[in-house]
Design a protein around this ligand. Sequence first.
Ligand code: NAD
Length: 243
Amino acid sequence: MYDLIADQLRSAKKIVFVTGAGISQESGIPTFRGKDGLWRNYDPMKLATIDAFYDNPKLVWEWYNDRRRNIFAAEPNLGHKAIAELEEFVKVVVLTQNIDGLHQKGGSSSVLELHGSIVKIKCTVCDFKDEIFTEFSELPPLCKCGNILRPDVVWFGEGLPQDVWQEAIIHANSCDVMVIVGTSLVVSPANTLPIYAKKNNATLIEINPDETIMTSDMDSSIKSTSTVALPELVSIFKRASKM
Ligand code: NAD
């Protein structure tokens, strides 16, 4: 398996990583679909929607406040750091569905946040936007204009920021290798990125302890957690590029 991956990596000039909640799971941030995914018995898939927010903005903000506390205290793990280390040897771009900022904290310099960032907030009515690192004392927090503020993240059913998405497609279209880590690949349109890469004859490598709906479309599938597999992948790359 690892010999095959070494062959696939040897001539790569640009590697794109597509990452999801699984890569941050070992930093103590729960995934949405894992066993630890529930929050106070609520299903995150139902809370991360605009309908849930307008039904009960205080509840959704309580969830985000807890997530913000957890994420601000989290540290990048060996997986995030391995991706950053790879930049010394090859062009690396990270296209992440995560909102936790751990790739940047781990040292990656080229990260596109497809679903926004948990530090960002915006007004539901006017064009006010900001980055807030402290806790909100009143929930839901209000804008100076008097309307409710919301997290500046992409909720289920909402469109991605188009400039970020267009740039992500350009990278997916132009990479030699795409490594897909810790994502169930069920969230659209992020789950179409491997299809763009495949059309450009890129090699697809998946890192995930579980099967996903696209495992059978991968050139290689590493059934392992990201803190084990990513440092190994970087060692393989270093050895292969010296040969
Ligand atoms: P998901 O919850 O649907 O899937 C997580 C995947 O990670 C699963 O396939 C699981 O098998 C795999 N996984 C679990 N532990 C792993 C590990 N240690 N190493 C490697 N893989 C592991 O997550 P998704 O596909 O990212 O989609 C859910 C949505 O939830 C995204 O939009 C994302 O923005 C959001 N989300 C983000 C965070 C975060 O920012 N950290 C956390 C939860 C959810």
